[in-house]
Design a protein around this ligand. Sequence first.
Ligand code: ASP
Length: 248
Amino acid sequence: METKIALIGTGGTIAGKGASNTDLTGYTAGVLGLDEILASVPGTKPYGPYTYTQFSNIESSDITVNHWLELSKLVQKLVNRDDIGGVVITHGTDSMEETAYFLNLTVHTDKPIVITGSMRPAGAISADGPINLLQAIQVARTPSSVGKGVVVVLNGYIDGARDVSKCNTTNVATFDSPLVGHLGIVQDGVAHYYKTSTRRHTQASVFDVSKLSELPRVVIMTCYGGMDDMVPMSVVATNPDGLILTGL
Ligand code: ASP
């Protein structure tokens, strides 16, 4: 059976538009639909057919844990289908690493799940969205992407969801895995892997969110020298389900 790639649009700069094509920062994210983004990408036909889901169209700084739960369930439903060979998600870069890691821990599959976005809005000079989306699709179609877990593809690099970080606010070379390095590269329409993550993910993950309608309220707090007790105590006073301190 010829499988399909399931494309999911969530918003971000890849769906963003600026007032002029030389404006690389003063734009509105999450404006264009998945169909409009795709129309600007040449060369996708050989990697199809596709299914399309517009999950949301928002800045990724507006993504909440409820979005993650819903997105995880949607991706699980798609990968459970025999006619779907892989999933490609377009997403804002601000919270891309969080979304990737959440899906890496909660979607149970060996099928490729690839997340991409852009640093420059659609239509801008040297926009990176079209090439990033094409390369994300090519990674999803590469047989060696099976079993790699959720990966982030931007700027020709493939990074594992567990390790990837956005490292620069504006540069197109922003995604990296500072501790372990990129998993691989995309070249001539194919993913080339140099390493794989040995940590449990996707198919082997112990996490199951399929029956959850909400996640516990966990607060993450960065500690710093001279931090006043008032800061953590004001959070404790709200009675969260958990508190993670990024300690000194
Ligand atoms: N603010 C944007 C977002 O995360 C940035 C981007 O997509 O690059 O939605």
